[in-house]
Design a protein around this ligand. Structure first.
Ligand code: NA7
Length: 494
């Protein structure tokens, strides 16, 4: 006989960034027992760790909020990083979550006990606790990737990764080197070019740039947003944003279709009409298709990179020496400060925590080829473990908050089986997951991300690691889990 009584659950949420805060709010609203483990001393995840000059969110501010927590106070159409961090801090305060978060508590291991259907969570300090459900909300881009360049340690001045910003490093009036031209490197160029004596931007690959508007909101507009949330919704759901997302995901999956042609035309036209110096123009001309790498959304990069203090260096770096960077052709760039905008190890997720599921299966073993999760959320062999913004989820220039909220709706329906006592454990079957991965990989190879460029969107085998279908298909998938794809173990009858 199957038990049907409600079962009180204990949840561990790993990470107090955007997704972990979301899970905490949802669990608190249900008055469920939960603990949020946060490795750092503050909330905010990526918005806490990144403080580099020029940091902004490339999703319109009013669209980069929880759907249930609109924010009339945004200063501009695109918000700065510190404003986004401030948004999350005030949400945490409003929901009284600080007491639910254990700060300075890095999770080092998760171990499933099939006898009790529970996870043991072990922290770096060796302490342990036991939970029915684990929500892994540990983020994607949080392990800095340092370049393997000879002599990096020999540089005499400050040399640091962008996610470890050194406030004492000379920038004003200094000779600054910046390695990397992803979203981070590009934003830094636009913020420090007028402060430095010289900025050498070491660019291995140029970028396609989508021109976007940027403007400040006035106090009158903010007052109007406070009085009438419908005005915020009008921005959040405006066609310029929602329509663009749909067109963007149509474009990346139909790479010779009209939407992609439109994206390419806009980027090409922006490029052709913006760069005046023919030599610089050739340096900045990408040799791959727009949107293959994450598109740069910028209102000012092309203008700012043409500032006389900026030199775009496209040669090969030979080595780093105590006083600067030596190029393969012998050129030497003398520098006071070296900024490493070289991205993140995007395949780590919850690791290096050691995760051991059913029958001793480890996450390292399950992810030996590539990180994967069923519809980006659940994993065979790892019951009652749910991921927010896990592997194979949608990536692109849209709000990951919306992605996480939809994933939460999916997760919540699965947890409901546990709450109601209809299941003791739930996880996708190996067969269902393998079928999903086979479909996903076949589709991913045909997306624009797989059209011939390098990027953090690709896994170690060169296959795009993302959701390869439309945004609507993702929304449909998240609306209701297909329970026939799940191994649902019923509780033992009392
Ligand atoms: P990205 O987008 O991964 O960019 C990293 C950049 O660093 C990219 O231009 C790389 O060139 C360059 N890179 C990496 N290693 C080297 C070495 N060894 N030598 C020279 N250049 C190198 O990271 P970001 O931090 O900019 O952005 C990450 C995401 O954060 C972004 O997409 C948003 O979602 C927020 P490459 O292109 O590989 O030739």
């Amino acid at each position: 006989m199957t038990a049907t009584t409600n079962r009180p659950l204990r949840h561990a949420v790993i990470g107090a960034g955007m997704a972990g805060i979301l899970a905490a709010i949802k669990l608190k609203q249900r008055a469920e027992d939960f603990v949020v483990y946060e490795k750092a001393a503050k909330i905010g995840g990526t918005w806490r760790e990144n403080r580099y000059p020029g940091l902004s969110c490339d999703v319109p501010a009013h669209a980069y909020t929880y759907s249930f927590e609109p924010y009339p106070e945004w200063q501009a159409y695109y918000a700065t990083g510190s404003e986004v961090q401030g948004y999350f801090e005030q949400v945490v305060a409003k929901y009284g979550l600080a007491a639910d978060i254990r700060f300075n508590s890095e999770v080092s291991a998760l171990d499933w006990d099939a006898g009790t259907n529970q996870w043991t969570v072990t922290l770096a300090d060796g302490s342990r606790d036991v939970f029915d459900v684990v929500i892994a909300a540990s983020g994607v881009l949080h392990h800095p990737r340092l370049p393997e360049i000879e002599g990096l340690d020999s540089f005499e001045g400050p040399a640091f990764h962008t996610a470890r910003w050194d406030d004492t490093a000379p920038i004003d009036g200094a000779k600054v080197g910046l390695i990397g031209s992803g979203s981070t490197g590009i934003q830094i160029v636009t913020a420090i070019n007028k402060k430095v004596d010289k900025l050498v931007h070491f660019q291995r690959s140029p970028q396609w740039v989508m021109p976007v508007p940027q403007f400040q909101y006035t106090e009158e507009e903010r007052e109007a947003f406070r009085r009438d949330p419908a005005l915020i919704d009008a921005i959040r759901f405006a066609d310029e944003y929602i329509g663009n997302i749909k067109r963007f995901t149509d474009a990346i999956t139909d790479i010779d279709g009209p939407q992609m042609t439109m994206i390419e035309d806009v980027c090409r036209q922006h490029f052709e009409s913006s760069i005046r110096d023919p030599e610089l123009k050739e340096k900045l001309r990408p040799n791959y298709r727009a949107a293959c790498k994450r598109l740069i959304y910028s209102w000012c990069y092309y203008e700012e990179v043409q500032h006389p203090a900026v030199f775009v260096e496209t040669g090969k770096i030979a080595r780093i020496e105590p006083k600067g960077v030596r190029m393969a052709d012998g050129t030497f760039h003398e520098l006071d400060t070296l900024i490493l905008a070289t991205g993140f190890q995007a395949d780590k997720f919850i690791r290096p925590a050691g995760v051991t599921g059913e029958n001793g299966m480890t996450l390292d073993a399950f992810w030996a080829t590539r990180p994967t999760a069923h519809y980006a959320v659940t994993l065979p062999h790892f019951p009652n473990l749910f991921m927010l913004n896990g592997p194979t989820g949608p990536v692109g220039n849209f709000s990951l908050i919306d992605i996480a909220e939809r994933q939460w709706d999916y997760i919540d329906q699965l947890i409901d089986l546990l709450r109601k006592g209809e299941a003791a454990s739930v996880m996708p079957t190996v067969d269902a997951h393998n079928a999903y991965e086979e479909r996903r990989i076949a589709a991913a190879k045909t997306t624009i991300f797989g059209s011939g460029c390098t990027s953090w969107y690709l896994d170690a085998t060169g296959v795009p690691a993302s959701w390869p279908w439309s945004y609507d298909a993702f929304a449909d998938a998240m609306a209701k889990p297909v329970l026939s794809e799940y191994a649902i173990r019923t509780p033992v009858a009392a």
